[in-house]
Design a protein around this ligand. Sequence first.
Ligand SMILES: Nc1ccn([C@@H]2O[C@H](COP(=O)(O)OP(=O)(O)OP(=O)(O)O)[C@@H](O)[C@H]2O)c(=O)n1
Ligand SMILES: C[C@](O)(CO)[C@H](O)COP(=O)(O)O
Length: 237
Amino acid sequence: MTTAQPTIAAVLAGGTGARMGAALPKQLLEVAGKPVLQHTLEAFQASAAVDRIVLVMAEGHHEAAWTIAKSANVTKLSAVIGGGASRADSSAAAIRWARSQVGVGDRAKLLVHDAARMLVTGRIIADVAAALDDGEAVTAVIPSSDTVVEVHGGRITAVPDRAGLARVQTPQGFRLGLIAEAHAAAADDPAFTPTDDCSVVLRFRPDVPVRTVAGAERNLKVTSPADLVLAEALLRA
Ligand SMILES: Nc1ccn([C@@H]2O[C@H](COP(=O)(O)OP(=O)(O)OP(=O)(O)O)[C@@H](O)[C@H]2O)c(=O)n1
Ligand SMILES: C[C@](O)(CO)[C@H](O)COP(=O)(O)O
């Protein structure tokens, strides 16, 4: 007998927000009256596509995260766990947690999301989860409206055709067995420093197609102080 497998959202908030330069990690800063983290958790709580949430939180802030989640009635939050030095290490921690859960197998869906993308929409979450019904790996992307160039030593070395380029967002969705296998291989290759989880699949399971679904301009990653202003304006609009 096969058991229905859950969809787990792994919200990554293990960073310290160096580029933001604030006293607190950026996920705890307030935008439109609520911490960034609360906006993000509420989006996954509200999604019918998501069964549970695991939050990877910066050290020293786990209690604050639980307080935020409880006050916002984020009942799907199952655990707050520690992360690692890099984003990839924090993803790996979430994968290990998911695999340790009773009844969760290789066919479970894992949606990995930056806590800093606090304006993620229900439509994007649903589309990423649905794309895994007949796929193994998927990410939200948006077209690039800028020309993107390769720069080495302060000089442009290539101008890739913009029509074939996209900007990568999160959530990124995976079947749990696949992403666990890819991250296990990455752990044996310290020279590989991925900035997202699809890169890990592309490198170590190149046979698996990584699909794309439409992201949104509003699904920005709060990274520097100007992004807080932008996010606030988008929320109030
Ligand atoms: N070791 C890390 C680093 C980042 N993140 C999370 O991954 C997301 C994307 O990372 P980023 O926006 O770069 O956040 P920070 O690493 O906090 O920012 P900075 O690089 O400016 O320090 C964020 O939600 C961040 O909290 C994480 O879980 N663990
Ligand atoms: C995963 C990501 O959001 C895709 O654009 C991005 O790579 C995260 O980068 P960061 O430097 O960890 O913010």
